[in-house]
Design a protein around this ligand. Sequence first.
Ligand SMILES: Nc1ncnc2c1ncn2[C@@H]1O[C@H](COP(=O)(O)OP(=O)(O)O)[C@@H](O)[C@H]1O
Ligand SMILES: [Mg+2]
Length: 155
Amino acid sequence: MNKMKAKHTTAHVLETGLVAEKFAKDLLKKRTLKHAAVIGLTGDLGAGKTTFVKAFARGLGIKETVVSPTFVLERVYKLPKTSPFSHLVHIDAYRLKGAGELLGLGWDALIANPKNLIMIEWADNVAPILPQKTIHLFFSHKGGDKRNIEIKIQK
Ligand SMILES: Nc1ncnc2c1ncn2[C@@H]1O[C@H](COP(=O)(O)OP(=O)(O)O)[C@@H](O)[C@H]1O
Ligand SMILES: [Mg+2]
């Protein structure tokens, strides 16, 4: 199996933003799935998952401000017509008891649509239902404003 791994250390929130915007642009060039593209974000509170999604959304051309979906579970943003995807779905699985809860919220329909681009924070909470080709992003604190971001792609 073809795997790709990349590791970034950022020293500022803006630097995380640059990594996220570039990641978004690269992803748009490579998309070839029959189902939704899923990006799972894993890491402690404050490790930078939402910060990454905000800049990622900017990189996709979303002009609206992306707000953390912690309390609403899911927010959906429309993507520009030029994008191969129609919607960015931002999910926060922090409050979910497990994968079953996400299935009850229409996960299968979300996944079935190849025009959906799904970013899911706390992906480790729902690991059993993530597609095999999920791109995994791991975030960790490295003291002060330093953060590690590890990207794992299985092609
Ligand atoms: N290098 C960095 N990358 C990302 N966030 C950073 C960085 N340095 C400091 N921060 C701060 O850390 C916090 C990250 O919060 P957030 O992105 O909401 O985390 P999470 O969604 O993982 O809980 C923000 O307050 C952000 O300003
Ligand atoms: Mg968050």
